[in-house]
Design a protein around this ligand. Sequence first.
Ligand SMILES: Cc1cc2nc3c(=O)[nH]c(=O)nc-3n(C[C@H](O)[C@H](O)[C@H](O)COP(=O)(O)OP(=O)(O)OC[C@H]3O[C@@H](n4cnc5c(N)ncnc54)[C@H](O)[C@@H]3O)c2cc1C
Length: 519
Amino acid sequence: MVKEMQFRLSLKESKNENLLKQKVAHYLSISKGDITAIKILRKSIDARKPKIVINYKLKVYINENVEEKSNYNFDYKDVTKAKEIHIIGFGPAGMYAALRCIELGYKPIVLERGKNVQDRRRDLKAINQDHFVDADSNYCFGEGGAGTYSDGKLYTRSLKRGDVRKIFENLVYHGATEQILIDAHPHIGTNKLPKVVRNIRETILKFGGEIHFESRVVDFIVKNKTLKSIVLKNGTEMTVNAVILATGHSARDIYELLHKKEITLKAKSFAMGIRIEHPQQIIDGIQYHCKGERDELLPAASYSLVQQINGRGVYSFCMCPGGFIVPAATTNGEVVVNGMSPSKRNNLFANSGIVGEINAEEDLKKYEKYGVLKGLMFQKELERLAFTSGGRTQTAPAQRLTDFVEGSLSNSLNPTSYQPGIKSAPLHSLLPKLIGSRLRKGFKAFGEKMNGFYTEQANVIGVESRTSSPVNIPRKENLEHIQIQGLFPCGEGGGYAGGIISAAMDGERCAEAVVKSYK
Ligand SMILES: Cc1cc2nc3c(=O)[nH]c(=O)nc-3n(C[C@H](O)[C@H](O)[C@H](O)COP(=O)(O)OP(=O)(O)OC[C@H]3O[C@@H](n4cnc5c(N)ncnc54)[C@H](O)[C@@H]3O)c2cc1C
């Protein structure tokens, strides 16, 4: 017999590996020897009360063998001579579009402006150490997209948009830890992601797909409202049948190109703000009700905060426990911050974006002259402001949290994980009121929700501007662009995803849509 059940152990009990079996046997009134195996399907920590509890969802095998086979088999076909589908961008959306093409018997031809994961590392070092940003190879651009050097948090709210489990199983197939199939808040970590990305590349190449790095697409040739060919930066023109456009939300040149070519775009609401950084120990202390070090069995604590301020949401975004703040600009002359963490989440700091909603209809009146690109122009302006106030390098403007809220310049700043360094700046007056005043009120409210969060030991660092796309590339029900035949906007850049998993699922859907359009 196989029985699925929920079970709870105290943190102390969970330290003893044998105890789970013993307790389950006792609960089911059977002998321990009757239990062939226990498979943990889900594990989560309930730290709401000082006595921390571990919740398990279990599959208990009673006098029954464990079935080893996963329900997911990845049936990749040799597509060397198959019909071609062009994919622009090799982030999560592009990678999963390519893998799905191969499953469906089509040959993906991927064009990626950045470098492979290994070579990309050198350019990240240059951003951190020399303050130089390569416009084709940075934290957003290159093999694996913006997801490669990230936290690799894998949860998503887009459960209805595709088969989430399939993406998780596929990540495991490509080398991610099986733990992601169990944890309630799974993550891979920036040190482990490049290997998974490289394995995905190898699968695509092995089955006959093509991936061209350092191949930025700079033009689309459209005739009679049909996409005929794409042009690369080196002048190569490629004839295409269908193109999955998975260039992410930082490919501003793509939005500008589409706009110039009068291909319909829409302005979209988005969110912007700053990144806050606390010593991890403070967050652990609040969330786990402890003083000093957290219990060794507990992961670095995280939080999720939201507050309505003047009719707009202010919320935490992409929280990275035990992580680093990274410079995520895509060109020189701008400063953008984001966060990532290693698989062990063992750095000394906890960081998170704290952002406010920007309503494209109501909040950007000053930018109306830019039409559908108004949000993008607003983002750019703030990133330039962060650049100049940080000292015209990748050094970021920063302030102690309490000074930001109270409106005074910080005489000194707290230590930070942000490698290019931080410089004291009056972010409270530099940020537009639309963002700054809402965030300041939001922080006060957060301090009331999480006692100890509002502290002078935290820094706020600017600016967190790339949370989601300010532009939508509209598509029809069949996922083709509303006006251009053969163009399939995909992933976060199109406005159809908000993270690694939702982008991957949209990639799969777009591949299926293209294949349908071929039939
Ligand atoms: C530092 C950081 C941390 C993050 N942490 C997380 C996290 O923990 N969890 C999570 O779910 N999400 C996280 N995100 C967001 C996540 O990475 C994105 O949501 C996701 O990568 C979007 O996938 P995508 O494929 O749509 O676009 P992208 O990942 O942006 O990929 C687009 C790709 O297209 C390429 N490209 C752009 N223009 C062109 C062109 N003209 N020609 C050819 N190629 C082009 C780019 O080089 C890039 O590789 C993080 C992002 C960053 C920057």
